[in-house]
Structures are given as C-alpha cells and as structure tokens.
Design a protein around this ligand. Structure first.
Ligand code: 0X9
Ligand code: ZN
Length: 263
C-alpha cells in the first residue's frame, strides 16, 4: 500500500495531515477525488496562491487505496463489494471484513457485526487485516496532527466518537472538532451548493464501532479526526460517472484548503 506525501520540502515544521480513502472498496469516487486533488496540488503549486500556501504549511499524506484487494474485486467481479478479501478459515464461505469496524478502539461495539457474511463484519480480532495494520503502523509512525477518512455517499463531515449508540461521547476537544468540521462542510457547500453539513457520527449515522477516525483520535497521537462522506454518483449512490470527479474534486479541495487555513 502506498502513501503519497505532498508538501514543499523547503518549508520546515509543516503540519502533518493524513488522509485515507478507499477503505470501502465500492466507494470509487473517494479514491478518484483524492487522486484528482493530488494532480491539482502537483500542477498548481507556484501558480495557485491557495494551493501554494497550503503546501508550504501542510504536509499532505494520502493513502488513496486503503483496501486494494477489495477495490480490485469491486472493479473486476462484484461492483458493490465493500469489505477486504481475507479468508479466516478454509471452510468459510463469506470473505473479508469491514476495515472500518476492525480498529482497536471499542472494537466489537455497537454497529459492528460478528457475522462473517455481514457487510459490517468486524473481523475475528482487532487489526486482523493487513490493510488496517498498515494504516495503523503508518499513523503511529507519522503521528499526523489531523487524520481524515474519505468515504461516500451521503454528504456529511463527521467527527468522533462513533462507537456507542444512543449517547454522544466526544473527545475532550470536541469544540475544535465541531468548529473545523463546520468550516470544512461550509467550504464544500460553497463550491456547487452540495447539501452537506457537519455532525457527530452517532448523532448523524448511529454507532459504528471500530472505525479509523475513532482510533486516530482515541488511541493515536492525532489531535483531530474526521470522516468525509462525499456526494453520491450520477447513477445513484456508489454508482458514478467520470463526470462526477471534477465537481467532487473541486468541492473536497475547497474543504482541504479550508482545513489547511484553519489548523
Ligand atoms: O459506516 C461507515 O464505516 C462510514 N459510512 S459508510 O456509508 N461509508 O460505510 C461512516 C464511518 C463513521 N465513523 C465511525 N463510525 N467511526
Ligand atoms: Zn464507506
């Protein structure tokens, strides 16, 4: 698995931001959006003032393909595949687990399944997957100040925690999460008028324990963690068109630049 690092090396002490997309295989617009933004960063550094300032202040890290085996399976065999492709025993009929239920922070809690055939199967144990091990080790090594996971397809910017149903449990710096999530959502909305807001995960979606965002802020050294859910595709939900990439890319870039200005 690759991590793309972008920033102007000659500026010292940059703030580190780690983004992850594609942990859910079928959410193709997430991967495409980060790749599009990578191209913007690389081609507009030095001409676009906002991008230039951002790459002098922030070291951006993108793991675009957070679940490569799942993505390959979604590309070639079954478009709606979400999970990894692990096999835990030879007798097993259902493959893989949901990497976003596999992190070791309240692993096994609300909104995660112990049924191997469920799309929200948490795996046999925390960090059972090579994909989540790789992402964990990268984050422990790089210690990003901000961590964000990129998903689709009901637009929202989420802040932690998301592990316990019916009660909103937030990190001690919840106010900083709220302020930043709202600013980012409003920057995204400003581009094309996408209906996107910000909220706590449990408040907006209900609990889903074992996610990367909860682990980033609950266990790793990250101060802030978010999940960005991007726009639906033009064919509905996960199913998109090539023409979704530019509008999504412009929206999310505006969100990233707002994040960059605000940290
Ligand atoms: O359920 C998820 O993993 C994410 N939504 S999705 O529709 N892309 O599957 C939301 C994750 C929010 N964060 C946590 N639950 N920790
Ligand atoms: Zn997802």
């Amino acid at each position: 698995m690759k991590n793309i690092k972008i920033g102007d090396k000659s500026y010292p002490n940059k703030l580190r931001v780690q983004m992850e997309s594609g942990i859910h295989a079928r959410e193709w617009l997430a991967h495409a959006t980060l790749i599009w933004i990578t191209n913007e960063f690389l081609t507009k550094y030095g001409t676009d003032i906002e991008i230039t300032n951002s790459l002098r202040k922030v070291e951006w890290n993108f793991v675009v393909s957070g679940n490569p085996d799942g993505y390959e399976y979604s590309r070639n065999s079954y478009r709606m595949w979400r999970k990894t492709r692990s096999r835990y025993s030879i007798t097993q009929t259902c493959y893989g687990c949901d990497p976003n239920r596999n992190y070791d922070y309240f692993w096994g809690g609300d909104g995660s399944s112990n049924n191997q055939c469920s799309d929200t199967y948490r795996g046999p144990r925390p960090f059972s997957e090579i994909e989540t091990q790789n992402l964990r080790d990268l984050v422990l090594r790089l210690k990003p100040k901000v961590y964000a996971a990129v998903h689709t397809y009901v637009p929202v910017v989420l802040w932690p925690y998301g592990y316990k149903d019916n009660v909103i449990i937030e990190p001690p710096n919840a106010q900083a999460h709220r302020d930043l999530a709202r600013r980012v959502a409003s920057a995204i909305r400003g581009v094309n008028g996408l209906n996107i807001n910000a909220g706590n995960t449990v408040d907006v979606l209900g609990a889903a324990a074992g996610g990367s965002d909860d682990w980033a802020v609950g266990v790793s050294a990250s101060e802030l963690a978010f999940t960005f859910e991007l726009r639906p595709g033009c064919q509905g939900g996960f199913l998109g068109c090539i023409s979704d990439i530019v509008p999504s890319g412009k929206e999310v870039l505006a969100g990233f630049l707002e994040l960059s200005r605000s940290i």
